[in-house]
Design a protein around this ligand. Sequence first.
Ligand code: HH2
Length: 270
Amino acid sequence: MAGLPLVMGIVNVTPDSFSDGGRFAEHDVAIERGLELFAEGADIVDVGGESTRPGATPVDPQEELRRVLPVVEALAAAGRVSIDTRRAAVAEAAVTAGAAIVNDVSASTDVMAVAGAVGAGYVAMHMQGVPATMQVAPTYDDVVAEVHAFLAERAAAAMAAGCSSVWVDPGIGFGKGDAHNLALLGALPDLVAAGTPVLVGASRKGFLGRLTGGAAVDDRVEASLAVATWAMAAGVAAVRVHDVAVTVASRRIVFDHPPSRHPPSEEPAA
Ligand code: HH2
């Protein structure tokens, strides 16, 4: 394992994100939230200006820029910032404003070219379809094989485009049913073994609501933490979460005090 997994905290500067929509829509509140996440131990703060939740309609690029740019600029002075966008123009302006990583849920060639041109980092995520309709009837013959093959191809393209670091992300909840999500989470060790650093984001997502028998978005912290902890133990390079402080605390347990296969050689301290 090369170093600790990074914790990426989420700030959505949107009126309609599924978890924090409307909470950080004003620039000053979003900046304050980002600073709070850095203070809680986030290694990266991911700033987004367009909800990509199931059923979301696309946002006008000018509006997306208006939402994110002042937030990226302010937070980039405090720590490492990624821009969560599927638009090349937004990626370009955000990188100019100080974003070090482009987080692209569409893994598209034009967006990775922007990151590559300036040597920024790049996250290539898998999505089947588009947010407006992706959850209507997601279909795969072999979800793990198909997603892993797509990510291998996109990672190679991003490296060839000049991106400084590349992460691949199976895209939990993006054109996937519950069984698809669970299969991809179960296969994280295989994706890690493929060699490109892996990022995973399951925080507060709908499938966790279903698995917990209907927990509301704000009541999915424990389920989110369980998945993030499983992912970190499976060797991912980064987890994308809303709840940074508990994730950092969990990371400490996993990596400072890893469970041992062997019986203790000393009596534990009283
Ligand atoms: N999930 C969301 C957005 N961006 N990026 C990556 N790399 N991986 C993810 O799993 C991922 C992502 C959706 O979550 P959120 O930002 O909380 O909600 P919304 O899209 O409604 O703004």
